[in-house]
Design a protein around this ligand. Sequence first.
Ligand code: TXD
Length: 318
Amino acid sequence: MARKKIALIGGGQIGGVLAQLCALRELGDVVMFDIVEGLPQGKMLDIAEVGPVDGFDVNLKGTNSYEDIEGADVVIVTAGLPRKPGMSRDDLIEVNSKIMTQVAEGIKKYAPKSFVIVISNPLDAMVTLCQKVTGFPYSRVMGQAGVLDSSRFASFIAWELGVSVKDVVAVTLGGHGDDMVPLVRYTSVCGIPVMELLERKYNDKAKAKEVMEAMVKRTRGAGGEVVALLKTGSAFYSPASSAIAMAESILKDQKRVLPTCCFLQGEFGVNGYYVGVPAVLGENGVEKIIEFALDAEEQAMMDKSVAAVKGLVDSMKF
Ligand code: TXD
């Protein structure tokens, strides 16, 4: 059986961590493409040379030629500019649209059977553009945002309650913007609704609500919090790990349920847009979108988030 092949388009901060994680987990052979000469070659050589220490055995190649991604099973796209302090993700749309169009054409030509996971911002718009240019089925083009947004939310809850991050299950829906929807009602610690635990901790419903509202707010602004600290770029370890969880679920047909930016056709009242929802990821890509009931308040937040996505996507000229 041939080894799996993973192509990384973009060899910057996230691309580098993606390559290292692919190697450490031996997910397959990895090709990193970037337009900057020497950058992908240097990063891949650097990682490859530590195989004897880390004990991985995969082929790692850096390239400036799309031909080298030929036959990739999974392509992860990080090409594009990251935010600078004070910028919103949406400010990146013009420059990153041009980059995404070139990238999608390369993928269409050289990896026509691949599953594509887009990470570049503004996420919902870049996934939409990637699917349009490649013409791939919706099940094969998806975006990473929700795994990370949910992980951030879960982290804040674990820190607040003094419990292991492993025991918090949290989910966010909607676009990857400041209107994203952390779903408090469906968030639990070892199956116990999170609000019940907060109310017990503070013995005060109003205080518990206030603490949760602060965590929801921090989740929505978590990307910006990192950008403000780093000053020279945006988060890169966490988006890379999040995309690897998605890629691994597809490559190993794990059928994990992961918050994924998927094309919706009526689910959650959304038709014809890419928006973050829980989905089953397996050997056929997005195999199923998991739908469930939202209450009026949650649906209103979802509608607001989707409206922001629509505004951005509709502003793009395809
Ligand atoms: O969760 C998420 N989805 C995200 C997304 C979380 C954090 C950051 N996210 C976005 O990912 C961020 O806003 C950016 O749009 C992307 C990539 O972030 P990264 O931090 O990796 O950016 P870098 O370090 O600037 O790397 C981008 C690379 C860089 O090496 C460029 O040379 C390359 O992209 N690049 C290209 N590669 C291929 N083809 C073209 N045309 C191209 N143009 C630039």
